[in-house]
Design a protein around this ligand. Structure first.
Ligand code: MLC
Ligand code: AMP
Length: 495
């Protein structure tokens, strides 16, 4: 077993690691906090031995302290979505057998009952920080480090477990491929419970010795101000963010648009990923800012797999070539490898970047691998060496604004509505969100019909807000095939 020397965040003396509002934090300050937090977490133990410590903290210094502190003490970090509904949190905490939850004091009242009911100790970073760091354990690279929840073709999200070796591989391939350096400055406004924010931005930035500016949400005017000031040289976002920026440009003065676009123009790199970047958007962004978006493809289970080149042609509508260290192969439906160009097949991935397991779910782990290849469920073709994503093998997965949503999970909640007899949820093409959650329902005999606004109100608190259907279509009955299964393609055609 190889030991990890924790190069995630080297002590780079007085270089600035994090900026949050008016506050700046150097690498040595952040490391000092991390070691003191890890020591406090350990108490009189020598090693957390993969204890699951959850944290409910938006992007901030405290988030970084919690994440790295758990790693330094030998625990498994479980970052949670701060926009989750309580029932969703209950599932994450129970599934991961979490024992301690770190949250900012302002969230304690909201979380206390849930934590008490699950026998979880609710703490804050200040509670744990000790005055002086003590001895910290050596951690083997093969040990479990992080658990992220992902929706899939089952109705409850699964815990994707990666080891330190996985995370290291996911980071280092991007450091080289995208030419990260100490000179880089990048804003982080994406959620920090998904790999796009955690690995591609925060972890790559800190590994490279760069500076990461933390925002608790995607605040266009605040971020634009910094872009105009020339603060950032790298920008990474989901396609919806580029769409929203373009929509914002339509609401402000053209001279202001020009100064923001000039700010983007001066950057060394703009990246799009987590969902398909439409060719129209790629072209609009190039016309506005002169930036040729670098589109890449990834997944919670693999980090980044395929990327357009940093140097070389970035092709619109394509995701590029497999990254160094990532083996990538297309397979047909009979599990035969496809080696000729232009034939579509499922993307399967091998490499140190691939996750270890779904937590406490051996059958799901086994089903997701075939002959050592991780089966992504995404379908692609290769054209002149460039991969192009064609779609997904399951209609039950929806990508909305970069979030992966399970149609079955949303259907499960909607079915508990008193008036709903049957329901089917699909993703419908949408210019802003990529896909918009759309619910088809049949109403129980004798119940009154439902309007979209009342359904949205009912959903509030029962699911994260971005899962709530954007459209509702009431039918007498849902179309079914001879086996009695709802035919979702027929629903799509109806629109
Ligand atoms: C927000 N809303 C959404 C939504 N985000 N609706 C559908 N889909 C989404 N993704 C809704 C809210 O519920 C709210 O509805 C309204 O929009 C305004 O909310 P907001 O929070 O102010 O929106 P905004 O800040 O503009 O958020 C948009 C966004 C966000 C694009 C910034 O969705 C986001 O951060 N997405 C990125 C997710 C991500 O990081 N995915 C990576 C997964 S990892 P109402 O009705 O209340 O007004 C992965 C692997 C890889 O995919 O390859 O990277
Ligand atoms: P997640 O499970 O949230 O990590 O989402 C991963 C999924 O996002 C992949 O399986 C793809 O379906 C999708 N995805 C990521 N990047 C791209 C991209 N550039 N183009 C199309 N789909 C993408």
């Amino acid at each position: 077993m190889s030991e990890i020397s924790f190069p995630y965040l080297l002590n780079r003396s007085n270089r600035v690691a994090l900026v949050q509002g008016e506050n700046t934090h150097t690498y040595s300050d952040v490391n000092n906090y991390i070691n003191r937090f890890a020591t406090g977490l350990l108490g009189d133990r020598a090693d957390l031995q993969e204890e699951r410590v959850a944290f409910f903290i938006p992007a901030s210094l405290d988030y970084v302290i919690a994440m790295h502190g758990v790693w330094r003490a030998g625990g498994i970090a479980v970052p949670l979505n701060v926009a989750s509904a309580v029932t969703e949190l209950d599932h994450y905490l129970t599934c991961a057998n979490v024992t301690r939850m770190v949250a900012n004091a302002e969230y304690h009242d909201m979380l206390r009952d849930l934590c008490d009911s699950l026998d979880i100790l609710l703490i804050s970073v200040e509670d744990v920080l000790v005055d002086k760091a003590g001895n910290l354990p050596d951690i083997a690279a093969e040990r479990r480090a992080m658990m992220l929840f992902t929706s899939g073709t089952t109705n409850k999200p699964k815990g994707v477990v990666s080891t330190h070796k996985t995370i290291r591989a996911q980071i280092t391939t991007l450091i080289d491929a995208w030419a990260w350096s100490e000179e880089d400055v990048i804003p982080l406004f994406l959620p920090v419970h998904h790999i796009h924010g955690i690995i591609n931005i925060l972890s790559c930035g800190l590994w490279a010795g760069a500076t990461v500016h933390l925002f608790d949400k995607f605040d266009i005017p605040k971020i634009s101000e910094q872009i105009v000031a020339g603060t950032y040289n790298v920008f990474m976002a989901v396609p919806t963010i580029y769409v929203k920026l373009i929509q914002y440009f339509e609401t402000i003065d053209p001279t202001e648009v020009k100064t923001i676009c000039d700010g983007f123009n001066k950057m060394r790199l703009n990246i799009s990923g987590s969902a398909a970047c439409p060719v129209k958007l790629f072209n609009q962004w190039r016309d506005l800012t002169g930036q040729v978006l670098l589109e890449r493809y990834g997944m919670t289970e693999i980090g980044m797999g395929i990327s357009n080149p940093y140097n070389g042609e970035r092709r619109a509508g394509a995701v590029g070539h497999p990254l160094p260290g990532v083996e990538c192969q297309l397979f047909d439906e009979h599990n035969n490898p496809i080696n000729e160009e232009a034939s579509a097949g499922e993307i399967r991935i091998k490499g140190d970047n691939v996750f270890l397991e779904y937590w406490d779910n051996e059958s799901a782990t086994q089903e997701s691998f075939k002959d050592g290849w991780f089966c992504t469920g995404d379908v692609a073709v290769v054209e002149e060496g460039y991969y192009r994503i064609m779609g997904r093998s399951s209609v039950d997965i929806i990508k909305s604004g970069g979030y992966k949503l399970s149609a079955l999970e949303i259907e499960g909640v909607l079915l508990t509505h008193d008036n709903i007899l049957e329901v089917a949820v699909i993703g419908v093409e949408d210019e802003t969100w990529g896909e918009a959650v759309t619910a088809f329902v049949a109403i129980k005999d004798g119940s009154s019909t439902i309007e979209i606004d009342t359904l949205k109100e009912w959903c509030d608190g029962r699911m994260s807000s971005y899962k709530i259907p954007k459209r509702l279509i009431v039918l007498d009955a849902l179309p079914r095939n001879a086996m009695g299964k709802v035919t979702k393609p027929a629903l799509k055609e109806m629109l």
